[in-house]
Design a protein around this ligand. Structure first.
Ligand SMILES: Cc1ncc(C[n+]2csc(CCOP(=O)(O)OP(=O)(O)O)c2C)c(N)n1
Length: 325
């Protein structure tokens, strides 16, 4: 991998982190309507996976999709405008944070319905195969989706039809406040792809290069016609399930222990780990990292300004883009 690619990985992860930290402030100051689910702590998965995809490969997200869309190259002005409910947003301001999308970079949409992106990605993969387009579809989902029937149905179909689909499971150990160990016979969730004859691998989701390399191998295999691949990325969510929700504040003292959270934040922050690695290898200096932070911060501030200055959708637009005539 070239040095410029490595620095790009670092920059992208920093961009996602600043994007979500700034929006969290807005949410806590009640300046964003609707929920805001952040992927802070999980940025290496978004960046590692999306950097291994081509521009014309599809992605389908879920309720926690800012990172995927940014990593795939979505326009941050339009993403923030969407989260602010403004008519310049990616969905005309009607979707908000849980539905961010950018079709120009292969986004097929994000949805709040847990697991619902998995069949959509399979459908897109089928269409691509049927039309001989050569691209793949990638579904992102969390450990909460794995115990849903749709997961099993889709893996079975993907296997039997050899669909060009990549399943990316971000296993952060919790579905809201439900610990994985309380609801799954194994916490090694990549095993759940094996009964379907799907190549299934586990990666350290805090290591952006490991995620990237595994995804690159998977994409190569899928594009050679070998069918679906299932990647489980072990990761951890540093913030609560969503920003500022009353139950999230309660959960903060309940469902996970503070030492565990502190360990992940101190020892397993994907940005800190990668920054230290690049500095140790002499590929970047501390002051260059500082410059990345300030450049990306300025970009996000400008995107927020753009979103703030954009109008809300007009009432007359309420029923637009809902029904197909
Ligand atoms: C079908 C469905 N069931 C329940 C919910 C409520 N819900 C929203 S997010 C969530 C947890 C999802 O956990 P996971 O899939 O692990 O993703 P994470 O939030 O950890 O990123 C639940 C249960 C929902 N939105 N959709």
């Amino acid at each position: 991998m070239e040095t410029f690619e490595k620095i790009h990985f670092l920059r992208r992860m920093i961009q996602i982190r600043i994007f979500e930290e700034k929006l969290t402030e807005y949410k806590l100051n009640r300046k964003i309507n609707g929920p805001l689910h952040c992927c802070i702590g999980q940025e290496a998965v978004s960046v590692g996976v999306c950097s291994a995809l081509s521009d014309n490969d599809y992605i389908v997200g879920n309720h926690r999709s800012h990172g995927y869309m940014i990593a795939k190259g979505a326009n941050i002005n339009l993403l923030i405008a969407e989260i602010f409910g403004k008519n310049t947003g990616t969905n005309g301001g009607k979707g908000g944070s849980m539905h961010v999308n950018d079709t120009s970079v292969g986004g097929l949409g994000s949805s709040a319905i847990v697991g619902s992106g998995i069949p959509i990605a399979c459908g897109a993969a089928f269409a691509s195969m049927y039309k001989d387009k050569g691209n793949i579809a990638c579904a992102f989902f969390g450990d909460g989706a794995v115990n849903e029937g749709v997961f099993s149905e889709c893996l079975n179909l993907a296997s039997i039809w050899k669909l060009p689909v990549l399943f990316i499971l971000e296993n952060n150990g919790f579905a809201v406040t439900t610990a994985l160990d309380d609801v799954s016979f194994t916490s090694e969730l990549y095993h759940r792809g094996e009964p379907y004859g799907i190549k299934s691998v586990q990666v350290d989701g805090q290591d952006v290069e490991e995620v990237y390399n595994a995804t690159k191998d998977a994409v190569t295999s899928i594009k050679h016609g070998n069918g679906a691949v299932f990647i489980e990325a072990k990761t951890y969510r540093f913030h609560e399930h969503q920003e500022g929700a009353a139950y999230a504040r309660m959960a903060d003292v309940g469902y996970r222990n503070k030492q565990e959270l502190a360990y992940w934040i101190d020892q397993k922050d994907p940005i800190k780990l990668y920054k230290d690695k690049l500095i140790d290898k002499g590929l970047i200096t501390n002051s260059e990292v500082e410059s990345i932070y300030s450049e990306e911060g300025i970009k996000i501030d400008k995107a927020i300004e753009f979103a703030n200055e954009s109008p809300f959708p007009d009432n007359s637009e309420a029923y637009q883009n809902i029904f197909i005539k």
